[in-house]
Design a protein around this ligand. Structure first.
Ligand code: DOR
Ligand code: ZN
Length: 365
């Protein structure tokens, strides 16, 4: 006799948040904001525009452009971040905190990834800023990869943790830190053992794919991101972390759109676009792990609690009903090629968003 519980076909949950997303600017913004805001109530918006968002004033202007691009009827609160540079003045941290709109400062090691040229050359140049962040209780959001060309690209996260992150946490005992888009067993172990002020985001593409996906039947530029996909043993460690119920781990898609021409190129950009199906793909992952009952905490509670923000009160219902992802979003060479382009996703959003009694009324388009 079968004693297995049938896997659920519907999942009603609190509306989730995305604690790491790239929305970009200009023409691309209306595509990305629509996809993200259809799913997520709030998102931590990365500041690596060209030029980057380095001041609170720039962050507030960018936030307004995001709200201007928001389709009518969608409620969405963009949570802004600043891009740390060698020149960032410590005084900017008080302004950032006082704005109520800036929720973190992003550390890109210079040269580590897309639009990181103006990033930090040596974090020891930023000691005064980091001390001000401790005073203001502004979290540091970390792209955790060394740029040392002598370090193998698959080892850059683990070496970063040893060389940069562990000493930094010692030097700044009050600083709250999010290690973004973790990809390795070593990062999972480090964050698990660290004090509660240290947390991590986990992308859906690192939960779904291992590094074989870069080479399936040929070179796959749309599976190229940074940190690069890792071995299966690391993917398994991420799955255990995401589904394990530990509040230090929460959802951050790192959805990172690049025009098709920039991906399908002799020197293709790093980034995977997942905003079009993000929560649906996380549901697939959690269902495959028989952990759907853990999705809500990972997607809706842990991040809000870490950032000291209220949990959302709106709801979202997912149902297990496959749908086909369109082969591209937008037109021609400017189009985005989303993850699973032309293939199917097992879960879909069943509910229209319900009107909220609370919340982000200043963000209604
Ligand atoms: O794959 C990535 N894309 N990783 C990053 O760190 C940056 C991002 C982007 O902005 O395209
Ligand atoms: Zn990112």
């Amino acid at each position: 006799m079968a004693n297995e519980t049938p896997s659920p076909q519907r999942l009603a949950m609190t509306r989730p948040d995305d604690w790491h997303v790239h929305l970009r600017d200009g023409a691309m913004l209306s595509l990305t904001v629509r996809d993200t805001a259809r799913r997520f109530a709030r998102a931590i918006v990365m500041p690596n525009l060209d030029p980057p968002v380095v001041t609170t004033a720039q962050a507030l202007h960018y936030r307004q452009r995001i709200l201007d691009a928001l389709p009518a009827g969608l409620r969405f609160d963009p949570l802004m971040t600043l891009y740390l540079t060698d020149q960032t003045p410590a005084t900017e941290m008080a302004a950032a905190k006082a704005s109520g709109r800036v929720h973190g400062v992003k550390w890109y090691p210079a040269g580590a990834t897309t639009n990181s040229a103006r990033g930090v050359t040596d974090i020891r140049r930023c000691e005064a800023v980091l001390a001000a962040m401790e005073d203001q209780d502004l979290p540091l959001l970390v792209h955790g990869e060394v740029t040392d060309p002598a370090v193998d690209v698959f080892d850059r996260e683990q070496v970063f943790i040893e060389r940069e992150l562990a000493p930094l946490l010692e030097r700044h005992p009050q600083l709250r830190v999010v290690l973004e888009h973790i990809t390795t067993r070593q990062a999972v172990d480090f964050v698990t053992q660290a004090p509660p002020r240290v947390a991590a985001t986990i992308t859906v593409h690192h939960l779904l794919l291992n590094r074989n996906a870069l080479f399936t039947g040929g070179l796959r530029p749309h599976h190229y991101c940074l940190p690069v996909l890792k071995r299966e043993e690391h993917r398994r460690a991420l799955l255990r972390a995401a589904t394990g119920g530990n509040p230090k781990f929460f959802l951050g898609t790192d959805s990172a759109p690049h025009a098709r021409r920039d991906k399908e190129s002799a020197c293709g950009c790093a980034g995977i676009y997942t905003a079009h199906a993000a929560i649906e793909l996380y549901a697939e992952v959690f269902a495959a792990e028989a952990a759907l009952d853990r999705l809500q905490a990972f997607a809706c509670f842990h991040g809000a609690d870490f950032y000291g923000l209220p949990r959302n009160t709106e709801s979202l219902t997912l149902e297990r009903k496959p749908w086909a992802v369109s082969p591209q979003i937008g037109e021609g060479e400017d189009a985005l090629i989303p993850l699973r382009a032309g293939e199917s996703v097992a879960w879909r959003i069943a509910s229209e968003l319900e009107p909220s009694p609370i919340g982000h009324e200043d963000c209604v388009a």
